[in-house]
Design a binder for this molecule. Structure first.
Ligand code: PRX
Length: 651
């Protein structure tokens, strides 16, 4: 199935030139894009230095652009000083103080407009509250909030005082939250009583309390936003309501000027071991990436209404909600709810209501909405839209074409943006006025991004259609700086395969005849469920933590809406599995990790297919999970009879 998919994608020959009408009104004209590519080609460092001077207000200008002395621990603009919240807020006040920064729509449809002046005041007030509660420069605060303006306010307030935030997505479970708090040794937790998503209550404070009862000893204060109005326990001396914390605080808070390399945030993501990695981003380089990519890839400018449907708990919500649009002084929509509530036209209705010009979402959402039928987008004009974007996972050509026709009315360029938590911002993507697009193709690397495909020996793969390892051959300003508390793992994971200058993304890719990149999938034990990254080892560890489970192996298989779905092979300590236990185990995993990790299917077996040296043959399990014919060599299997059993037990 996977092979036939790749085949059909390779034969893709529909190419869409940037629409003339779009090009005419674009801020970034094809000639400007050409000039950027040329400048980056001529002088990589000089190109980024010029962008950094053009787009960032520096408190102290930098004199050194790139420091590679300690590769792969690169430093950018290293002697410069700035503050991210100053760049996102203060610098707009004179010219755009009354401009709407955020149009917030809640789950139940209430709308709030927040101007730049108001956002600035709210960030300052909360920043003062953070300081009053003992948070200072370099301290870590974990943010476990719904997708509401206060999440962005909390992030910007941390940035204002030089504290390092680590946002944990509100769908994560108590153990996941606890592990992240412990790893970051966070001093403060910022959460809410709860909130409604799709009409369902998410009990954030209860989960937070559970996390803190199991660990989180470093937490001194918990600030709690009243959102759902539900009853929650407040621990005296530790817990304080958000509204009490800001009560009496000044709306003036001078920014803490920090070094360009000062960590702005840590964001945990899955890798190929069971332990999530704390991806550490910088201040100066990260901010530059957020600004440049918003300008280049979305053609974002003053008269736009930008809407990124991600949650601030993911990197997409960091770069394209909290930081990029605000640093550009844009107006953006922020949404608390889900695309199908109260009806599957929620997104399209909101596009019309708020006159959204740039819309950025995930393929899984497009596929889910496509399944509901054309009548939902057809209820709405959608004529304000100019650019459509996708992110997070490969998009199948059918969904791409539907997006283009039904949402973009064949008028809007689609930018399929490839990037990662680690890359901080877009890396390989079309630029809408310039790059011809092709369904399922992420096209070409941005100016200043040196992407390539290598074989195992490190030789560039040049043949069209041949697959290889996707790498970035030169450092870029908005790359991750390290893994929090584990520099060795950083070196090993991202620079261990070739050399200290070649970043290995963890994806495989191929090029077509025109040199356009196409992402094929992960090369490690990471799966992508509805655009969310998950390590198979994390799910396996959660399963074996269950009292009845002896061993587990987790793989994925293609899924029509989610992209991939989890199939878990489980060996019990004793007895036979049944439907009830399967259901218990699925819920158990959701409790341990979060709903995203819930396996689609559990298959019980007496053993796992292993080689004589004891290695689980995962490729074989993947074949079995997909119901495909086994073509692999199974002669090295220690227990060949197990294969029949695994196949027979499939549903
Ligand atoms: O496999 C790639 C896939 O998502 C991974 C990064 O996941 P995460 O760090 O959670 O960041 C997601 C949001 C940036 C990548 O290694 N991926 C992301 N975007 C695309 C993609 N795969 C194909 N096409 C994309 N546009």
């Amino acid at each position: 199935m996977a092979d036939s998919k790749i085949e059909s994608v390779l034969r893709e020959d529909r190419v869409f030139e940037p629409p003339q009408a779009f090009v005419e009104q674009a801020k970034l004209k094809p000639a400007d894009v050409e000039a950027l590519y040329q400048a980056a080609q001529d002088d990589h460092e000089g190109f980024w230095a010029e962008r950094a001077r053009e787009h960032i207000d520096w408190h102290k200008p930098f004199t050194q652009t790139l420091d590679s002395a300690n590769a792969p621990f690169f430093k950018w603009f290293t002697d410069g000083e700035l503050n991210v919240s100053y760049n996102c807020l203060d610098r707009h006040l004179d010219t755009k103080g009354d401009k709407t920064a955020i149009i917030f729509e809640s789950d139940d449809g209430e709308v709030e407009h927040i101007s730049y002046r108001e956002l600035h005041a709210r960030v300052c007030r909360f920043a003062n509250a953070l300081k009053a509660n003992g948070l200072g420069k370099g301290d870590r605060a974990v943010i476990y909030l719904p997708n509401v303006p206060q999440a962005a306010i909390a992030m910007l307030a941390c940035a204002r005082i030089g504290a390092i935030h680590s946002v944990v997505f509100g769908g994560f479970s108590a153990p996941s939250l606890r592990d992240r708090i412990d790893d970051a040794e966070a001093k403060m937790l910022i959460t809410a009583d709860g909130n409604y998503r799709g009409g369902k209550l998410i009990p954030l404070k209860d989960v937070a309390d559970k996390a803190l009862s199991q660990g989180g000893a470093s937490i001194e204060k918990v600030i709690v936003l009243k959102r759902s109005g539900t009853d929650v326990a407040m621990t005296s001396g530790r817990d304080i309501w958000w509204h009490d914390a800001i009560d009496g605080q000044s709306d003036d808070c001078p920014p803490e000027w920090v070094n360009a390399e000062h960590p702005l945030f840590i964001l945990y993501t899955s890798g190929s071991t069971g332990k999530p990695k704390g991806i550490q981003h910088s201040t100066g380089g990260y901010l530059l990436g957020a600004i440049c990519t918003c300008r280049w890839v979305f053609d974002l400018s003053d008269d736009d209404v930008f809407w990124c449907t991600a949650d601030v708990g993911w990197i997409t919500g960091h770069t394209y909600i909290a930081y990029g649009p605000t640093a550009c002084g844009a107006t953006q929509v922020m949404f608390e709810g889900v695309p199908t509530y109260p009806e599957p036209d929620r997104f399209w209705k909101m596009v019309d209501t708020h006159q959204v010009t740039i819309f950025y979402t995930a393929p899984t959402a497009i596929r889910a909405l496509m399944k509901h039928g054309d009548e939902y987008p057809q209820r709405h004009a959608l004529d304000s839209l100019k650019v459509l974007g996708t992110v997070g996972e490969p998009i199948n050509p059918e969904a791409w074409m539907w997006y283009r026709k039904m949402i973009g009315h064949d008028r809007c360029p689609i930018v399929d943006t490839w990037w990662q938590t680690e890359t901080g911002g877009h890396m390989i993507t079309p630029i809408p006025s310039y790059t011809p697009t092709k369904p399922g193709s992420v096209t070409r690397a941005l100016p200043g991004i040196d992407a390539d495909i290598l074989d195992e020996a490190g030789k560039p793969v040049t043949d069209a259609g041949a697959g290889g390892v996707l790498v970035i051959k030169k450092p870029w300003p908005y790359m991750l700086r390290t893994i929090w508390g584990d520099p060795e793992r950083y070196k090993e994971t991202y620079f261990g395969m070739y050399d200290a200058h070649t970043y290995v993304a963890g994806d495989s890719a191929q090029r077509d005849e025109q040199g356009n990149f196409r992402i094929l999938g992960r090369i490690d034990d990471v799966v992508n469920i509805s655009g969310h990254r998950l390590g198979t080892m994390e799910v396996e560890s959660a399963l074996v933590a269950h009292a009845e489970v002896a061993e587990a192996a987790v793989v994925s298989r293609p899924h029509e809406v989610k992209g991939e779905a989890i199939v878990a092979f489980v060996i019990l300590k004793s007895g036979e599995g049944n439907d009830e236990l399967a259901s218990d185990l699925r819920n158990w995993v959701a409790e341990q990790l979060g709903a995203i990790a819930k396996p689609e299917e559990i298959r019980f077996a007496d053993g796992l297919p292993k080689t004589r040296s004891g290695k689980i043959m995962r490729r074989l399990l993947r074949t079995v999970a997909r119901g495909d014919e086994v073509t692999q060599d199974v002669s090295t299997l220690e227990n060949p009879q197990i294969l029949e059993q695994l196949q027979a037990r499939g549903s």
